[in-house]
Design a protein around this ligand. Structure first.
Ligand code: HEC
Ligand code: HEC
Length: 320
């Protein structure tokens, strides 16, 4: 009897393991079709793409080299889009990821459909899954015009020769990553509604992600949305995102819209890109120098959204 139970249990374990491996390696990632795409050619659309990629969605934040000797790691001139920023185990990641080269040097032989699928769906050209540090889950519901504008802009930047290797992920994440890519479900956002547009921008530019704490499986905790306290490991210290909910005591509830916008303008221009590190070498992962050139209207929309979100009482110690 006991022997029978043990054999049955073993069979269940073996079958379970086989299912796991087959599911995550053969069935996944899902096969997302490569769509037919026509990119805009109007200069205003390409300019909007540049603006979004550089100052809002900050693709260029992760996909260029950064000078971490200065506060908030400004982009090193001449590295735009070449990739090569490394995110490794010292930042708490279960593996090593390197941001890819998104200049035409790498993307030149990708079809527009393949590029669209990578940005909004999370598949590489060959159909392998990208790790969601590349925030494709946030881009999945982007406004269609915005994705196309960003793509049209990327096609115009200078090619920079730089070969970037593939990610190395620890088991079981190396298999689980295959379950994350999903087909895009684009939206059409109303840019004239500051609340709707502000929520959209807050997701697109990563404010919501960085300013919401995560649980053990790296999922945002909705009950603490915008309450801050999301930990980031930066070479020897932890920097924690601030509470940007409208709680007057522990959040930004007492800030006026002008104060909010002025906080971003501190990092504008050459002066904003030359701010020395804080005491003990404290730095911030927030790409302030890039958001610094967001328009008043866009920062204002984000402010409107933040102020109408749920106030969360949560006192955050930024550095530890
Ligand atoms: C938080 C950092 C981050 C941001 C922001 C980001 N990316 Fe990425 N991106 C990455 C990383 C890291 C990879 C590589 C992931 C991997 O190897 O699994 C990547 C991969 C890619 C790839 C795949 C290239 C290839 O050769 O496989 C494309 C295309 C891309 N990103 C475009 C964009 C665009 C466009 C934006 C802005 C809308 C953007 N990324 C924003 C970090 C980022
Ligand atoms: C990569 C993560 C990251 C992203 C993306 C990010 N932040 Fe932050 N933010 C931080 C961290 C960490 C801090 C604390 C250190 C500092 O002040 O830079 C911070 C600080 C702030 C502060 C300062 C609060 C104070 O009391 O001075 C504000 C305001 C803010 N963020 C708003 C935003 C908004 C709005 C966005 C989106 C446009 C955003 N953040 C995107 C990580 C991030």
């Amino acid at each position: 009897m006991l022997k029978k139970i043990i054999i049955t249990l073993l069979a269940v374990v073996v079958l379970g393991a086989a299912w796991f491996v087959i599911n995550f390696t053969v069935l996944l990632p899902r096969d997302i079709p490569v769509p037919e795409i026509t990119l805009p050619t109007a200069p205003e659309e390409i300019e909007r793409g540049r603006y979004l990629a550089t100052h809002v969605a900050v693709c260029m934040d992760c996909h260029s080299r950064r000078n971490w000797d200065y506060f908030a790691g400004p982009i090193i001139p001449g590295t735009l889009g070449k990739g090569g920023e490394v995110f490794d185990r010292s930042t708490g990641l279960p593996g090593v990821l390197t941001s890819k080269n998104i200049t035409p040097y790498n993307l030149g032989d990708w079809s527009d459909g393949e590029l669209f699928r990578a940005i909004t769906g999370g598949l590489q050209k060959d159909g392998d899954a990208l790790f969601p540090l590349m925030p494709y889950d946030a881009y999945r519901t982007m406004d269609e015009r915005d994705v196309l504008a960003i793509m049209a802009y990327l096609r115009t930047i200078a090619p920079i020769e730089n070969d970037v290797g593939d990610h190395e992920l620890d088991f079981p994440l190396s298999l689980i990553v295959n379950s994350i890519p999903l087909e895009a479900e684009l939206s059409a956002v109303n840019r004239d509604d500051p609340l709707e547009y502000g929520e959209y921008l807050s997701t697109l530019s990563g404010c919501t992600w960085c300013h919401t704490p995560i649980n053990a499986t790296q999922q945002l905790i909705p009950e603490q949305s915008l309450a801050g306290g999301h930990d980031f490991f930066m070479g020897g210290f932890v920097v924690r995102s601030a509470n940007i909910s409208p709680d007057p005591e522990t959040g930004i509830g007492n800030w006026s819209e002008e104060q909010f916008i002025a906080r971003f303008r501190e990092y504008q221009g050459q002066a904003g890109r030359s701010i020395p590190l804080g005491e003990e070498g404290y730095n911030s992962l927030m790409p302030w120098t890039m958001y610094a050139d967001m328009t008043d209207a866009d920062l204002g929309a984000i402010y409107t959204f933040l102020m109408q979100s749920e106030p969360r009482s949560n006192k955050v110690t930024i550095y530890e």
